[in-house]
Design a protein around this ligand. Structure first.
Ligand code: ZN
Ligand code: ZN
Length: 325
C-alpha cells in the first residue's frame, strides 16, 4: 500500500547572497505548498527536511532543481504513514550544520563522493576505516558493522576527536558516513586538512544507502530528526543493537517517557512499556503528569493554535521600524 506522505532530506552548499531575504521568500513558498518541516539557511547553503503529499513534495523539488543557485541538489526521498512534522520552521544560522568547522568550504575541498553501491563495495577492504561521524544518541541506535564511532554528544565535538584517530588511521582509506551526507562534507574536508591522506564520504548518507544498496550491513535503525525518530534501512541482514532502557533486552522501540516532565527519549520494549504504562520507571509511572499510554509511546506536541503565518505577519508589522540584529 502506498504511504500517504513523502519525506525529503536534502542539503546544498552554495552561496546564498542574502540569507534573511531568502528565508522569508522560502518560508512563504513552503507554506504555499503546505509543507511542514525544518530548513536551515546560511550564507554557505541550505539544509532541510520537509514532508507533505507527493504532489507538494514534487513541486518543491522541481522548484529547487530549476533554480541555478541549487544546481545539482540531491534529494533523499522517503515515504511515511504519519505526518513527520507538525510545523514549518525556516531559520537563518551561521552554518547549515552546527559544526565548529565554519572555516571549511566543501565547495573548495571535501572527501571523494562514494555512491551507495561503491561504498558497499569498498567498506570491507583491508586498508579501509569506516568512520561514523554522528553523535552517541545516533550511532547507539544503529551503525554500519565494524564502523568506528566517536564518543561525542554533538557534531561540534567531532574535530576534537581527530587527534586520537590520527596515529592509527592517517594512512588508511577513510570512508565517512552520516544520516544524509551533510555532516560528511565538512567532516571529510576537515580530515583532509588535518593530514589524513585519503578520505571518501558516503554521498547521500545512510538514507540513500538504504534506498540504493538495501541498507546491507547497517545494524540497528537510523536515527532521523522528525516524528518517526528512527527508520529501517536494512532490508538484507538487519539486526537490533539498541537495548530496552528498563530491562536491557534488545529493543529498538523508541518512545518518550509518558511522564511529561521526564519525557526521556529511549528504547523501551513492548513488555516494559505495558508494565510501566509507557513510563521509564516506577517513579514516572506514578507521576501526576503522566500521560495516557496508547501503546505507541508517541505524544503529539501541543499545537497551541499554531498558525504557520504568525511569524511572517509579525515581521510585516515591524517592517521599516527595526532590522533584525
Ligand atoms: Zn524491557
Ligand atoms: Zn521517565
Amino acid at each position: 500500500m502506498e504511504k500517504k506522505y513523502l519525506v525529503l532530506l536534502y542539503y546544498h552548499y552554495t552561496k546564498i547572497e542574502n540569507p534573511e531575504d531568502f528565508r522569508e521568500k522560502h518560508h512563504i513558498f513552503c507554506l504555499g505548498l503546505n509543507l511542514r518541516g525544518r530548513i536551515i539557511i546560511a550564507s554557505e547553503g541550505l539544509n532541510g527536511t520537509v514532508s507533505g503529499s507527493k504532489e507538494q513534495c514534487e513541486q518543491y523539488m522541481a522548484a529547487l532543481r530549476s533554480d541555478p543557485v541549487f544546481e545539482g541538489i540531491d534529494f533523499k526521498v522517503d515515504s511515511s504513514d504519519i505526518p513527520t512534522f507538525q510545523k514549518m520552521h525556516v531559520r537563518v544560522k551561521d552554518e547549515i550544520v552546527n559544526s565548529s568547522l565554519s572555516h571549511t568550504d566543501p565547495n573548495k575541498e571535501t572527501g571523494i563522493y562514494l555512491e551507495p553501491l561503491e561504498f558497499k563495495e569498498m567498506k570491507d577492504q583491508d586498508d579501509v576505516v569506516v568512520l561514523d561521524v554522528r553523535s552517541n544518541y545516533e550511532h547507539r541506535m544503529g551503525k554500519f558493522k565494524n564502523a568506528v564511532t566517536l564518543d561525542i554528544d554533538n557534531f561540534r565535538d567531532f574535530s576534537g576527536k581527530m587527534e586520537e584517530l590520527k596515529d592509527e588511521c592517517k594512512d588508511k582509506k577513510i570512508l565517512t558516513y552520516c544520516t544524509g551526507g551533510v555532516k560528511c562534507e565538512k567532516a571529510s574536508a576537515y580530515m583532509l586538512e588535518q593530514g589524513f591522506k585519503t578520505v571518501y564520504q558516503l554521498h547521500g548518507g545512510i538514507i540513500k544507502y538504504g534506498n540504493e544498496a538495501d541498507g546491507e550491513d547497517f545494524d540497528g535503525k537510523c536515527y532521523v530528526f522528525d516524528n518517526r525518530i528512527t527508520v529501517d534501512v536494512n532490508k538484507v541482514n538487519p539486526v537490533v543493537i539498541s537495548k530496552c532502557y528498563v530491562c536491557n533486552e534488545p529493543s529498538d522501540r523508541m518512545v518518550n517517557c509518558a511522564n511529561q516532565t521526564c519525557n526521556r527519549h529511549v528504547p523501551i520494549c513492548e513488555k516494559c512499556g505495558d508494565a510501566l504504562e509507557g513510563a521509564c520507571s516506577e517513579e514516572c509511572k506514578s507521576h501526576p503528569e503522566k500521560r495516557e499510554y496508547d501503546g505507541t509511546g508517541y505524544y503529539s506536541s501541543q499545537m497551541n493554535g499554531y498558525n504557520p503565518y504568525k511569524g511572517l505577519y509579525r515581521k510585516k508589522t515591524e517592517e521599516g521600524k527595526a532590522l533584525r540584529p
